[in-house]
Design a protein around this ligand. Structure first.
Ligand SMILES: *Cc1c(COP(=O)(O)O)cnc(C)c1O
Length: 355
């Protein structure tokens, strides 16, 4: 049976990304060797890395002084690497979910953290809006898409200080103005590649301003200086990332991806709002187009497991909600086809008709 993969991460990749990766595991760039067994400094792999960095810059229209890095350690390592490199005395954060919360915890190891707004008391079901970014902080950090709770900030903040953004789960899903950001990071396993690599985009002029010693591997300048090849980078995920970036370009770039994503999300939210069995869990104006969270309406709460099992019979995979929200979460990342969303909607309709 055809599977419809709604996992939140690691998650669906395009069939051609998987096929090209599989091919390179057998024979990489006609070397007669697997991509798993060639030097990361071979001219073939250096070319992969270079092309991937160039395509990120092209797709996101990055200005010259923004450097593209592929690092290890996941987005979670960036929670400490950002303050290590950028926090002199004080930084401002918004607390919009588990990931933002974890980022705040790490930043506190390096200096003062001003939390500008938090929706924790309402289980992160909305994005705090009633705040002003202070001008006496070193940077302002936020999470653009809250993967677990299904809320998203779909605009660029105007800020008097550099903006740092965790775009792990919505990068390449929205056209944004890169000049409004000082540093962007994204774990690859949501919209880019298999797990193991983190995309970092950093404006070089922000670096070198803290007094503390930074361990070599945790200093962005190390990786900039060596074109992201200071040590052995995550070779295979970078290879897959390149395949995704080429696929994105062929789709028409970020603008086209955004249109596709917005259509998919609207289709599903419309059905959640229409269907008597279900309801969304977050404030309407903050709904994520990447992670759609919904629960059974209270009158039908006992049907939760039955719906989950019914969806499974239709080939639907990965819609169990995160334990901190419950219910269901359908992740509609860039590479999920519209047809899969339609199958989920048809399944919800059919289930409603049965009850
Ligand atoms: C998944 C996720 C993370 C954690 O990523 P790792 O690569 O597992 O460390 C951080 N932030 C957001 C927004 C995420 O969705």
């Amino acid at each position: 049976m055809k599977k419809h993969n709604f996992y939140a991460g690691p998650c669906i990749l395009a069939p051609e990304v998987i096929k090209n990766t599989a091919d390179a595991i057998i024979n990489f760039a006609d070397t007669g060797l697997s991509v798993l067994e060639v030097s990361h400094r071979s001219k073939e792999f250096v070319a992969v890395c270079e092309e991937a960095r160039k395509l990120v810059a092209e797709l996101l229209e990055l200005p010259e002084d923004y450097k593209v890095l592929f690092l290890g350690g996941g987005a979670s390592l960036q929670f400490c690497m950002v303050p290590f490199n950028l926090l002199k005395t004080k930084a401002a954060y918004t607390d919009t979910g588990t990931w933002a919360h974890n980022a705040i915890k790490e930043a506190k190891l390096f200096g003062e953290v001003e939390v500008l707004g938090s929706s924790k008391d309402e289980n992160y079901c909305y994005i705090p809006k009633d705040f002003v970014i202070p001008s006496d902080v070193d940077y302002f950090h936020y999470t653009s898409n809250n993967t677990i709770y299904g809320t998203e900030v779909r605009k660029d903040y105007d800020s008097p200080v550099p903006v740092v953004c965790d775009m792990s789960s919505d990068i390449f899903s929205r056209v944004f103005d890169p000049t409004k950001y000082g540093l962007i990071y994204a774990g690859a396993q949501k919209n880019l590649a298999p797990a193991g690599v983190t995309l970092v985009i950093v404006k070089e002029s922000l670096l070198g301003n803290v007094d503390r010693e930074i361990p070599t591997m945790l200093d962005y300048r190390t990786h900039i200086k060596k074109d992201t090849m200071f040590n052995t980078p995550p070779v295979l995920p970078i290879y897959s990332a390149l395949q995704t970036l080429k696929y994105y370009k062929a789709q028409g770039g970020v603008k086209a991806l955004q249109e596709h994503d917005e259509i998919k999300a609207k289709m599903l939210y419309d059905e959640i709002d229409r269907n008597k069995l279900f309801r969304g869990t977050v404030a309407e104006e903050d709904r994520s187009i990447m992670n759609v969270c919904f629960v059974m309406n209270p009158d039908y709460a006992e049907l939760e497991k039955e719906f989950f099992d019914f969806a499974t019979t239709k080939g639907i995979v990965g819609i169990k909600g995160h334990r901190s929200v419950g219910g269901f979460r359908a992740s509609l990342y860039n590479m999920l086809p519209k047809e899969s969303v339609q199958v989920l909607i048809d399944t919800m309709k059919e289930f409603e008709a049965k009850h």
